[in-house]
Design a protein around this ligand. Structure first.
Ligand SMILES: *Cc1c(COP(=O)(O)O)cnc(C)c1O
Length: 200
C-alpha cells in the first residue's frame, strides 16, 4: 500500500526472510537460461554502488560462479553509460537508490524508460529511502526491493525483506504469469519451491 497509493499503478507484494533473500528471489527469475541445453550468454546492468551483500551476490555468485556478467554502471548519473552497457542478452536493469553507504543517485525516470525500450524490467533497491521518502513505482520502476531489516525496522529489531512489483512488467522470459503479476507468481511457485519466506 505504501508503495502503490496514488501512483496510478496496480501492484502486489511478497515479504521474504531478509533483504538479500528478496534480491536473490527477484533477480534469479530473470536469469533462467531460456534454453537450458544451449544457454545464451547473459548479463545484467546495475549500479556499481550497492550494499556489500548485493556486491558479493552480483560479483561472486553471479559474475564469477554462474557466468552471468555484471555490467557495472560507474557514473550512475550518466544515461549514456547505462545505454552503452545494454545489449540483446541483458536481462534487467538494477539500481540501488540512494545507495548504502555512499548515497548514489540516478535519474529513475530516464533509466526506467531505457529498460522499457529494451523490453526488460527496472529493479530498484530503495531500502535507504523507505516509501516515506521515495516511491519508485511512481517514477517508472517495475520492481521495488526493501531490506525491511534496516530503516523500516529500526535497523535490526527484526530481519525481513519486501518485494513490490507493478502488474504487467516487461521481461525477456517466456512466462506470462510471471509478467502479469510478479509477486503472486513468486508466492505461488518459486517462493514455495525455494522457501525464502518470512517466519510467522
Ligand atoms: C542491508 C541491506 C540489504 C540486505 O538486507 P538484509 O535484510 O540484511 O539481508 C539490501 N540492500 C540494502 C540497500 C541494504 O542496506
Amino acid at each position: 500500500m505504501l508503495e502503490e497509493y496514488q501512483t496510478g499503478q496496480e501492484a502486489s507484494c511478497l515479504i521474504t526472510s531478509s533483504g538479500m533473500s528478496a534480491i536473490r528471489t527477484v533477480v534469479d527469475e530473470f536469469l533462467h537460461p531460456d534454453c537450458p541445453d544451449k544457454p545464451k550468454p547473459r548479463n545484467f546492468v546495475a549500479t556499481s554502488q550497492v550494499y556489500g551483500g548485493t556486491f558479493q551476490l552480483f560479483s561472486v555468485r553471479k559474475d564469477k560462479e554462474s557466468k552471468v556478467q555484471w555490467r557495472k554502471v560507474i557514473n550512475s548519473a550518466d544515461i549514456i553509460e547505462w545505454e552503452s552497457l545494454i545489449d540483446e542478452n541483458t536481462c534487467f536493469l538494477y539500481g540501488e537508490m540512494p545507495s548504502n553507504p555512499s548515497l548514489g543517485f540516478f535519474d529513475l525516470e530516464k533509466v526506467s524508460a531505457l529498460a522499457h525500450k529494451h523490453g526488460i524490467p527496472m529493479i530498484v533497491d530503495a531500502t535507504v529511502a523507505t516509501p516515506a521518502l521515495m516511491r519508485p513505482l511512481a517514477h517508472g520502476a517495475d520492481i521495488v526491493i526493501h531490506s525491511v531489516t534496516k530503516s523500516l525496522h529500526c535497523s535490526g529489531f527484526g530481519v525481513a525483506g519486501a518485494i513490490i512489483a507493478r502488474k504487467n512488467i516487461p521481461a525477456k522470459v517466456c512466462n506470462d504469469e510471471l509478467k502479469a503479476d510478479f509477486c503472486t507468481y513468486l508466492k505461488l511457485l518459486p517462493g514455495r519451491d525455494y522457501g525464502p519466506n518470512l517466519s510467522p
